[in-house]
Design a protein around this ligand. Structure first.
Ligand code: NAD
Length: 465
């Protein structure tokens, strides 16, 4: 049994068993049987079930948000947003179900060649701890819409809302089509190696993405990888400075996940002419953030989700200070509301591009400020890492915006904006931030296989052209 505790006050929330190899075999067997029925329901039937699932998520958004706030320490307001967003994404993929369609290829002599898209079979989705309900609900949607059965494995740290989700929507699908299995990396590895599972996709760290590819190699699993980043926000000399400061704060996703979002800004590269103004503005905004009980509606930022996260983030801050960085805001765990895993929004100056804090994902409320004078040198810093998930550019000059968006290596680039996702807009990483794109048609198609058919009519006397 795994004890699930609140990261805010340490109280025991639940004890959850880890699924073992036998549980996994049974889930795959049931998924495989249920998928045959689910597939035959066709796009319209599947879309109807998914729309009902979205409605139930929306009806229960408050309860789901409260579970997440208790379990992961993110403020309940942000988790209610997540529950409603999950419903929107489930509806979006319901609407896309008929788009898993094929094509015809012209042939001579009355032959016909056409291509259909079939579901893969059983798909597993391993998800991260930071948006527990959003990931569990939204990531089941595309493979289900395409006619697959889905096994969701929530993070072992924050499994509660995924279990509640299964209770709320499980009866809408044929038996076995949706399973939630709880457990950690060992279960994840079992999923990767299982011959009855066709695809394993993960939302997680770069290291886990590599383990998934290795673990799935013997069974040649398909996979989509949504991995980590070290996201840069670039402020050009002509930027609207106040808007850029607001954008950098928003880009941190402090009120959503205390900075524990893959797309969060963690490096600000500001032109040296604006550095002091930007540091002053960011420090002021960081100091004003009200930390508190994640279940309280008034809380602006919660705590980190696990002790491991807390230690990692504090370790990065300590390391940065030892290497010469200076805290312009936050830092020490003072003035926090409880014994929970709180870290104040922390602004580090005096950071150079070679420091660990400038190169590695801390995954928390820590923002490093680096300044630049030469555009090529700035781009070398932005692109000088193995990862490239998001970037944000602040300029009022269209040429500069076009030039920088072209040269920055990232899967998603905002100009004069940060953080926001847009329905249907592909989200995913360049370089080691991942493979594939989600929240868009490509996500649906990733859970299909093309089948090409050529038919030669033998009954006609004269060929038609
Ligand atoms: P994690 O990689 O530790 O775990 C993710 C999931 O994979 C969990 O369900 C975990 O149990 C499982 N897992 C871990 N090791 C495994 C292994 N060896 N084999 C199979 N499964 C394994 O990630 P986390 O700490 O939960 O989340 C934080 C990371 O996720 C950060 O790096 C963050 O950037 C990334 N993330 C990416 C996105 C994105 O869309 N790109 C979104 C959110 C989080």
């Amino acid at each position: 049994m795994r004890a699930i505790r609140s990261p805010y006050d340490g109280r025991l929330l639940a004890e959850i068993p880890d699924a073992d190899a036998n549980d996994l075999d049974q889930a795959v067997e049931r998924a495989s049987a249920g998928q045959k029925e689910w597939r035959l329901m066709g796009p319209a039937g599947r879309a109807a079930a998914l729309r009902q699932a979205a409605a139930r998520i929306r009806e229960n958004a408050d309860e789901l948000a409260r579970i997440d706030a208790l379990d992961c320490g993110n403020p309940v307001k942000g988790m209610r947003f997540d529950a409603n967003l999950a419903a929107v994404l489930v509806e979006y993929f319901a609407g896309l179900a008929p788009e898993a369609k094929g094509e015809t290829i012209p042939q001579a002599g009355g032959k016909i060649t056409y291509v259909t898209r079939e579901p893969l079979g059983v798909v597993a989705r391993l998800v991260a701890f930071n948006h527990p309900l959003l990931f569990a609900a939204a990531k089941m949607a595309a493979p289900l819409a395409a006619g697959n059965a889905v096994i969701v494995k929530p993070s072992e740290e924050t499994p509660l809302s995924a279990l509640r989700l299964a209770e709320l929507v499980g009866d809408l699908f044929p038996k076995g089509v949706l399973s939630v299995l709880t457990g950690g990396a060992e279960l994840g590895a079992g999923v990767c190696a299982h011959p009855g599972i066709a695809a394993v996709s993960v939302i997680g760290s770069v290291q886990t993405g590599k383990a998934i590819l290795k673990g799935g190699a013997d069974t040649l699993k398909r996979s989509q990888l949504e991995l980590g980043g070290k996201n840069a926000l670039v402020i050009c000399p002509d930027a609207d400075v106040d808007a850029a400061i607001d954008g950098a704060v928003k880009g941190m996703n402090l009120g959503w996940t205390a900075g524990q979002s893959c797309g969060s800004t963690s490096r600000v590269l500001v032109h040296e002419s604006l550095r002091d103004r930007v540091v002053e503005g960011l420090a002021k905004a960081f100091d004003a953030v009200r930390l508190g009980d994640p279940s309280d509606e008034a809380t602006e930022m919660g705590c980190l989700s696990t002790e491991g996260q807390y230690r990692k983030v504090v370790g990065y801050i300590d390391q940065a200070i030892a290497a010469g960085a200076v805290t312009a805001a936050g830092g020490a765990p003072e003035n926090v509301p409880a014994e929970g895993f709180f870290v104040r929004p922390t602004l580090l100056t005096g950071v150079s591009a070679d420091m660990e804090i400038a190169r590695e994902e801390a995954f928390g409320p820590v923002l490093s400020v680096l300044s630049w004078r030469d555009e090529d040198e700035m781009l070398a810093v932005v692109n000088g890492l193995d990862v490239g998930l998001t970037a944000s550019i602040w300029t009022q000059d269209l040429d500069t915006a076009m030039r920088l968006t072209d040269r920055i290596q990232a899967g998603y680039v905002w100009v004069n904006d940060s953080s926001d996702h847009y329905l249907g807009a592909p989200f995913g990483g360049a370089k080691q931030s991942g493979h594939g794109r989600e929240e868009c048609l490509e996500e649906l198609l990733a859970y299909t296989e093309q089948k090409t058919v050529t038919i030669v009519p033998r009954t006609r006397k004269t060929p038609i052209t």
